[in-house]
Design a protein around this ligand. Structure first.
Ligand code: NDP
Length: 498
């Protein structure tokens, strides 16, 4: 027998087809609470979408550790043989919830590992670097990627104006405009923790670390023209590909690697190892294989498990910690804050965000407190310290001191910083075909941008490599020539034929 349908308060519903009206042709009655409840729920089905990374696709999986980096870290999830359940959410950055998947953009690569010691989140991208290195520039940067306040359209002028005035963006702009800027789906991309984090061991030693997730599916990308065709057919190509692959048992995998830097090296490297616009060259700090990440279970409910998923770089566990990376420090605040705003104060209590280990804290009350008031196990233990057997601190989770010195001031982050060398190293990896596509992707993205902004940006490309600036200028000019060419109409082609 079918289950009885009830109100959300549990009372049986006698009729879900007809509202209560005064006569068959008469008006509605206020007392039709079921109708009001249905309409009110519908009005509240949307929660604020993420200001960035709104459009996403995700799945559950496992992290298996096969390598041995136990001398660097006490993190249980990184010990040889460890298997940790995890969740991944991929995303585009600029597009809203309804945006098409196959658009040129950076891809978010957010991971939540449900470890024995609490949740560890790595909230990275499919690129190892980012557009800015100082978080004071981040809101301005994102404004240039979003809609113009007057036209309500994306503004290439704003993007290139900002980038051309912020040369630290060159590295990421070059990756974005290269083949890897338009992947075919979430399985054919690498993931990078991007920031420098740290590992620490029982001996109290700290090492700097970069995390890499190398796709085992290989890299696959669309050209702009191919992507336009895909978007013309479906806006959900990533959702279809990821969901379909996992339903078919084709579980995507990534080789997990780390680069490790001894703590004291950070003072000696020619580049700032905490600068998010820079990589650590593999020749200096080789990638070490430590395991495999596999995605093998689709969510049962997209909203509950992917839209509600709250990733934050603030979530670290004993053996893993932060670094002086300015962007990381800012994200430690802003990601958790975004979730408080979007999901509510106790967002970590939503099932997909709940740790799979015991949770005991003294936070009380507030939105979404569905855990019975307090999480201490004893109603008398609602403050700390107490004499009522409430949970107590664990000194073994104390990380070694973060050694920082220097005078507090506003240091010009461009002083002594080479913004051109690493983009050059990347440009030199590209073959001729990759370079030509880079130029034409940039020229396409510069459509309608004032000449002086284009030229200011090209001067930066010149400093990376003479071919880069020249190639972009030629591609921009070719687009202008095409646009200015006399259009071929029936009449002109008729004249030509005569
Ligand atoms: P390596 O030759 O050792 O490494 C080159 C790296 O570039 C590889 O990781 C490769 O990724 C990646 N790569 C290849 N094509 C592209 C592309 N179109 N877009 C983005 N990445 C690409 O050199 P270095 O370590 O000395 O680095 C040289 C340059 O490579 C850097 O300036 C940086 O731009 C780029 N890079 C470096 C990374 C690092 O952590 N050192 C990471 C990613 C890029 P894969 O192995 O997946 O093919």
């Amino acid at each position: 027998m079918a289950k009885k349908m009830t109100t959300s308060a549990g009372a049986p519903i006698p009729d879900n087809q007809n509202s209560i009206t005064a006569g068959a042709r008469g008006p509605l009655l206020m007392q039709d609470y079921q109708l009001i409840e249905k309409l009110a729920h519908q009005n509240r089905e949307r929660i604020p979408e993420r200001a960035v990374h709104a459009k996403g696709w995700g799945a559950h999986g496992t992290l298996k550790i096969t390598g041995d980096i136990s001398k660097y870290t006490k993190a249980k999830a990184l010990q040889p043989g460890a298997e940790t359940p995890m969740l991944a959410r991929f995303s585009t950055v600029a597009g809203e919830m309804g945006a098409a998947d196959a658009e040129r953009d950076v891809r978010g690569f957010a991971l939540k590992f449900y470890t024995e010691d609490g949740n560890w989140d790595l909230v990275g991208n499919n690129t190892p670097v980012f557009f800015v290195r100082d978080p004071v520039k981040f809101p301005d940067f994102i404004h240039t990627q979003k809609r113009h306040p007057k036209t309500n359209m994306r503004s290439p002028t704003a993007m290139w104006d900002f980038w051309s005035l912020s040369p630290e963006s060159l590295h990421q702009v070059t990756i974005l405009m290269s083949d890897r800027g338009l992947p075919i789906d979430p399985m054919h991309i690498n993931g990078y923790g991007s920031h420098t984090f740290s590992l620490w061991n029982d001996a109290g030693e700290r090492y700097w670390v970069k995390f890499h997730f190398k796709t085992q599916q290989g890299h696959k990308h669309y050209t702009n023209a191919e992507a336009e065709e895909v978007v013309g057919q479906t806006r959900e190509s990533y959702q279809e590909a990821l969901f379909g692959a996992i339903e078919d048992g084709n579980y995507p995998k990534w080789t997990v690697q780390v680069q490790i830097m001894p703590e004291a090296d950070a003072e000696k490297t020619p580049y700032n190892p905490f600068d998010l616009t820079k990589v650590w060259p593999h020749g200096d700090y080789p990638c070490i294989d430590i395991g495999v990440m596999e995605l093998n279970r689709n969510p049962d409910n997209y909203f509950a498990e992917i839209e509600n998923a709250a990733f934050s770089p603030s979530n670290v566990v004993p053996g893993i910690s932060y670094s002086p990376d300015k962007m990381l420090q800012a994200r430690i605040f802003s990601y958790a804050d975004a979730h408080r705003h979007r999901l509510g104060t106790h967002y970590e209590n939503i099932p997909v965000n709940q740790p799979k280990c015991p949770v005991h804290h003294y936070h009380r009350d507030g939105q979404m407190n569905t855990f019975g008031g307090i999480k201490t196990g004893n109603p008398d233990a609602y403050y700390e310290p107490n004499s009522f057997d409430g949970p107590v601190e664990d000194a073994s989770a104390q990380e070694p001191p973060l050694r920082i010195d220097g005078d507090a001031d506003r240091y010009n982050h461009r002083d002594g910083n080479d913004d051109y060398g690493q983009p050059r190293a990347l440009f030199e990896l590209f073959d001729d075909g990759q370079r030509q596509r880079l130029y034409s992707n940039i020229a396409a993205a510069m459509g309608g941008v004032p000449d002086e902004i284009v030229e200011r940006q090209c001067k930066h490309f010149d400093k990376v490599h003479a071919d880069y600036g020249a190639g972009v200028r030629a591609a921009v000019q070719a687009n202008k020539d095409r646009a200015n060419a006399v259009p071929v109409t029936d009449e002109t082609s008729q004249t030509a034929a005569e």
